[in-house]
Design a protein. Structure first.
Ligand code: HEM
Length: 143
């Protein structure tokens, strides 16, 4: 079996884990704001644990390994084209979203969150556009 196919399979597996966490963490932030608004101290403490484990246990390893196997495919096997440049631009928006999630993780951890439920609901939807764009670009490879 060609190694490139193993690398691509691992790239897709870790992309799925990254995306799963990217869509779940802001949703936790929505409910965390509700718990804080309702002075639910137990809920607040529980969300802090869930968010920390999701960010460091799934989201960040998923991001790192998606990029490692993606760059291996791109630079290791020379799979590229104009579509790759647009894809990388969209990947940068996912990385910006990832860093924003980290900043909010710390704010909740320290009890300093100032963002509203609505803000996190909108933040939750944005990566959908990058995901659609990336998958269409890499599968259709438009020139
Ligand atoms: C630095 C980041 C990334 C790089 C360098 C990269 C690079 C690549 C390359 C070179 C391929 C092989 C294309 C082919 O064989 O036709 C590939 C496949 C793929 N990539 Fe990425 N990728 C990255 C991030 C992502 C992300 C964030 C996603 C999704 C959100 C993604 C989704 C996919 C999918 C679905 C495939 C399989 C396409 C197919 O088999 O036709 N990639 N990637």
């Amino acid at each position: 079996m060609q190694t490139v196919l193993w690398v691509k399979a691992l790239h897709i597996i870790f992309m799925v884990t990254w995306m799963a966490a990217i869509f779940y963490l802001p949703r936790l932030y929505v409910y965390h704001v509700q718990a804080i608004t309702e002075n639910d101290a137990k809920g607040d403490a529980r969300f802090k644990i869930m968010e920390r484990k999701l960010f460091w246990g799934i989201m960040t390893p998923g991001a790192v390994l998606t990029i490692v196997f993606g760059v291996w495919l791109w630079l290791g096997y020379g799979i590229t084209g104009k579509w790759m440049m647009w894809k990388l631009l969209l990947v940068l928006t996912l990385l910006a979203h990832h860093i924003a999630c980290f900043i909010h993780l710390r704010a909740f951890r320290d009890g300093h969150n100032t963002r509203s439920e609505k803000y996190f609901r909108i933040m939750n939807e944005l990566p959908v556009f990058a995901l659609f764009g990336i998958v269409f670009l890499v599968v259709l490879k438009p020139n």
